[in-house]
Design a protein around this ligand. Sequence first.
Ligand code: NDP
Length: 365
Amino acid sequence: MSHNPRRQFLTQSAALAATPLLASFAGKAFADDPARKLGVALVGLGSLATNQIAPALQKTRNCRLAAIVTGTPSKAETWKKQYGIPDKNIYDYKTMNRMADNKDIDIVYVVTPNALHLEYALAAAAAGKHVFCEKPMEISVERCQQMIDGVKKAGRMLGVGYRCQFDPNHLECVRLAKEKVLGELKVIDANFGFAMGDPTQWRLKRDLAGGGCLMDVGIYCLQTARMLTGEEPVWFSATETKTDPVKFKEVEETILWQAKFPSGVVVSSVSTYNANGLAGFRAATQRGWFGLEPAYFYGGNRGKRSDGPDINFPVADQFATELEDFADCILNKRQSKVSGEMGLADVKYLMTIYDSVKKGRPVTL
Ligand code: NDP
């Protein structure tokens, strides 16, 4: 076995490279040299970028924090010192198109409010960069499609920040469902919420967030249902409640939704901005159950199954893992499992849930 961890990693990655990727990547990407770490530019230096993504990038094997895009000059100064980012790799939202001539940057990771993802993703693609975009991908199906089209036209790769897809505890639950270890999957109960603090933040503004708790945290439960069933939902029924119409003037406070899947699996889910203590799922099967509680945290997710052993795999940094995978996809011309199409489908289902709330009746797809 090779003692060079870098080479060992590349060998393992190559063996995993199952799906051929767009031939147009060949010879075009700055990532021609597979021994080079791919440079990541973070767009929007808010809470997630500061507390999770930037630290995670320090742990990755095949990418590195190379550049920043920010509208706040004081943040640029802090980040420059903290991460040793050269002046030429610091942009604002108007100058980021100049990235086209910056070979330090391979991937642009968009971490802004939801309704700004499209604009910056398109700017990045037009500059010839691969795009990784936070969830929810955008605030409408049309805008998700525009992002997919723009990145495709540029011959670049698009991925969406579904970190749970890289959590071994989630993957173990997918295995239990897929292999019918406890019999066939029948019912899923998945819930996620938190008590929203600052009433002035963008998450409560429709034009920036696109919606409330459903867009922000309900999407995790939808992902769980799609991951566990391996199917696409065919029916939704939903209703909302609002106890603070001032704070939640523009977006929903709590949504309860149900879904049916083709195999007959039914799903029930609550997402809320008005309560803590909801962050897990339970799947009922013919012969028992399994689930995670918590399921949706950055770390420490763990669970149980009815036949005994705990589900408690060590969780590596989810953001480091998802970024390593995206970089690996680029280096090995492999399709990302957290594709733009997956992001678009989720937004389509979220819109169907809103449609059901609006119509006051179930909606069939
Ligand atoms: P924050 O409000 O903490 O940060 C957003 C940043 O975007 C701001 O700090 C600002 O950075 C930039 N920005 C640009 N334009 C605007 C604007 N008009 N209003 C407000 N901010 C603006 O948000 P989060 O970091 O919590 O969320 C960012 C994205 O990440 C969202 O899409 C969210 O859904 C997603 N997210 C994903 C999580 C996950 O687990 N995968 C967890 C949390 C969030 P600057 O000052 O540098 O310009």
